[in-house]
Ligand binder design. Sequence first.
Ligand SMILES: Cc1cc2nc3c(=O)[nH]c(=O)nc-3n(C[C@H](O)[C@H](O)[C@H](O)COP(=O)(O)O)c2cc1C
Length: 494
Amino acid sequence: MNDPEAAVAFHLLTRHGSPVDRSGLVDFRPLDPSNRPAPFKRYRELEPRPLPRSIAATEPGRLDEAELGRLLFLAAGVSRVSDSPVFEDRTYFRTTMSAGNLHPVELYVVGGPIGDVPAGVHHYDPLGHGLTQLRAGEFDGVAIVLTGIPWRTAWKYGERGYRHLYWDAGGIVANLLAVTEADSLTARVFAGFDDDEVAQLVGIDGRTELPLAVVTFGSDRAPDWSVDTPLSLETEPISPHPIDFPLIEATQRAGIVADVGKWRVAAAELGEPATPEVPAPRELPPVEDMILRRGSTRIMRPDPAPRALLDWGMGMATRPVPCDFAGQGRTLLQHFLSVHGIEGVEPGAYRWRPERRQLEVVHLGDYRPEAQLLCLRQPLGGDSAFTTFHCADLDTVLGALGARGYRAAQLEAGIAAGRLSLAAFALGFGATGLTFFDEAVSEFFSTRASCMLVTSVGIPAYRNAPGGPPGAATELAGYGRLMERLSLQLHRSR
Ligand SMILES: Cc1cc2nc3c(=O)[nH]c(=O)nc-3n(C[C@H](O)[C@H](O)[C@H](O)COP(=O)(O)O)c2cc1C
């Protein structure tokens, strides 16, 4: 239980770019179109009840039904649609990014009553923007439980998809925190909780759908929800033959913590200083506009960008997370940058020092080609103004927090990437999450820290249509053409 070795083994077995013993991994056909997971979870015989359509800000500091709808939509709602370049059905894009656009994370609201939303447990429907009530009953406070369906992402990424669950959950948490900060609501992120208790509460089996994180609102108190009755709710099958990945199951199980209180005490001692305060470089758009503007940048123009993009973006990304997995004002992460085109910064490899909001030179040089290579040879890694490699010293984190610390580090990396991306779009630039060759990143930056996730930030080479509010998703007419341009560029670069 909470065995760090299991997390280390998982991490090593799911590296890109290093020889891996594949005998412990499932041999399957990635992206099998005949076994494609459904993008939305649907309950049989239960209908979602619509939430208010408006996502405009309501009264500061008040969590009413409209605010709940605003939070859920801006965290996970469908904001753009397009015809799929490959499949017959439509492609749905959400307010947060997700590798492969697979969106394996589900959201559940616990608590209430909130306006017309009765007290109990509800599942969020990101397409219809509604809540399906799963359970009635009074619960302390209001919280959102984030769960992950491994098969939805493992369909493409295999066992590495387990990392994606936490990255994507982190992106959702970044948006939740951005909205709560803008709306003067308090929020707190919990990575330590009783897995079985949370799974039972929201009616998941903890195997094909895993509890990932809990965000509480209006109170710093840790969730404590024992329920006597299991839920037995039928859902539509996710795909004809979902595949199990025993390594994912084992890694998640390895992170189960027997004494959550003790785990939190250890976590409260952990971390390096995060960025204390970040003055905005200019007046910013409302948070809903910032979020709706976001759409992963697919092609970047390698032109110089202003210094504020780096300084403010990195400052925003490396603020402390109000959480139970690091000490107050602290972070589990370290951030390394390949700077390519920032006015007033000599190109090179740097480490970001959050407490001083400063760059520290690792080595100088024009590293566009190297950064592209590190990001699986994707031009976005090198065409950016800068590419950030969000890393964690896993020896330290897992030494203190066990395998549960692995979940927390991946989650915090997703939060940092989400925040950096939002900051870039807020200033009118672009960003995308990127995957990477694990060990090559550590070697390039001469660090023993392991790369958790990459965000590339820069100047989009095309105009990005903003997303729309609930029920009025923007139709992306040029998406197919953009993807053709991208695959041509990828083909040339490889
Ligand atoms: C963890 C993570 C990794 C990603 N990796 C890549 C990548 O390697 N290459 C890429 O082009 N996009 C990558 N993306 C961006 C996704 O492809 C994108 O979020 C998804 O297609 C949905 O589009 P949207 O962000 O515009 O809504 C990544 C996103 C995330 C969250």
